[in-house]
Design a protein around this ligand. Structure first.
Ligand SMILES: O=C(O)[C@@H](CO)OP(=O)(O)O
Length: 324
């Protein structure tokens, strides 16, 4: 698989959001995704001169453009409870914020990962995932500032330029990608889950919610969701891990289920029983091109999580030395 440096990668992100004005003019395919994105699924786009300033702004020379190690951490966090989780409504791609409980969950998740290295953050384009990533990072002991990249236009790049090298070093780039969005729930969006089960039957609704192949009415099946979320992971996130960059992904129940299915090599049958709690971080180590699941870095198991790799233990020791 082709790899791409952080530099190329972030430069190529600008044109990938169907929610930006440029992208909305592209013709759509049967999934209502702009055809351009499907055709480019495995293609890494070259960086153009006009796409570089945001990257120059946010990635300092100390940020690795070249491989520095064969090991990297990958943290996955499902967003904290949203206002529609609280109301038990199908949410999908509807963009609703976190509840107070969701905010607390995101902060708690941040405490759990506060000594795991993070060089790069990916979120979906939905506010609940972005809030979760940002709130979690307020707890990180590295004290770096997560900064959302805005390269949807040349003006957005220029106007968000940071002029201090020192400040850049204290920043973590955040890339928002629609491909990591929650599965599009079609005509179920906004409906109450319990009422929908009463109307269509528990079995039918369970199949819509958890089966791999069966889509909800006019929505995406997990398989369709995986097609864009896993493709994005393989094309854009995995190359960063391969370069030794530590990555945090804040996304959604189903986009993360599809990514975990890929990481853990689950079958379409096994994934039906995979449930993710809101605000619970999961840690993977990417080493020698393999993903090793390390569970959730929390309380009693924390020592175990750190014991898994020398590199994590060293990072933590360095934080202790700097901050104590
Ligand atoms: O409503 C949704 O978008 C999702 C996640 O909250 O629901 P489900 O649990 O059915 O996948």
């Amino acid at each position: 698989m082709a790899t791409v440096t952080s530099h190329q990668f972030i430069g190529s992100f600008a044109s990938h959001s169907p929610f930006n004005s440029k992208a909305s003019h592209f013709p759509k395919d049967s999934l209502n995704l702009p055809i351009k994105f499907r055709q480019n699924r495995f293609k890494i786009e070259a960086t153009t001169a006009s796409q570089t300033p945001v990257l120059d702004t946010l990635l300092s020379p100390s940020t690795p453009y070249k491989k520095k190690t064969n090991e990297a951490s990958l943290i996955l966090i499902r967003h904290g409870e949203s206002l529609w989780n609280e109301k038990n409504l199908f949410t999908g791609c509807v963009d609703v914020p976190l509840t107070e409980k969701g905010v607390a969950e995101a902060i708690q998740a941040g405490k759990r990962i506060s000594t795991i290295p993070v060089d790069l953050i990916f979120t979906s384009s939905l506010i609940r995932a972005q809030m979760t990533a940002m709130l979690a990072m307020t707890q990180h002991r590295c004290k770096k500032v997560p900064i959302i990249l805005h390269d949807e236009s040349e003006k957005a790049q220029t106007w968000s330029h940071v002029f201090s090298e020192e400040t850049r070093k204290q920043s973590i780039p955040v890339i928002a990608a629609w491909q990591l969005n929650e599965r599009m729930y079609g005509e179920l969006q906004g409906l109450n889950k319990e009422e929908t089960a009463e109307r269509y039957g528990t079995q039918q609704v369970h199949e819509w919610r958890r089966s791999y192949h069966i889509p909800p009415p006019k929505g995406e099946s997990l398989e369709m969701c995986a097609e864009r979320a896993v493709a994005y992971f393989e094309d854009k996130i995995q190359p960063e891990l391969a370069l030794g960059n530590n990555v945090l992904i804040a996304a959604h129940g189903n986009s993360l289920r599809s990514i975990i299915m890929y990481l853990d090599k689950l079958t379409s049958q096994e994934v039906t029983s995979l449930e993710l709690s809101t605000g619970l971080p999961l840690l993977y180590i990417f080493k020698d091109r393999k993903f090793m699941r390390r569970g959730s870095p929390v309380g009693p198991t924390e020592a175990g999580v750190y014991a898994y790799t020398k590199r994590l233990a060293q990072y933590r020791q360095k934080l202790d030395e700097t901050l104590n």
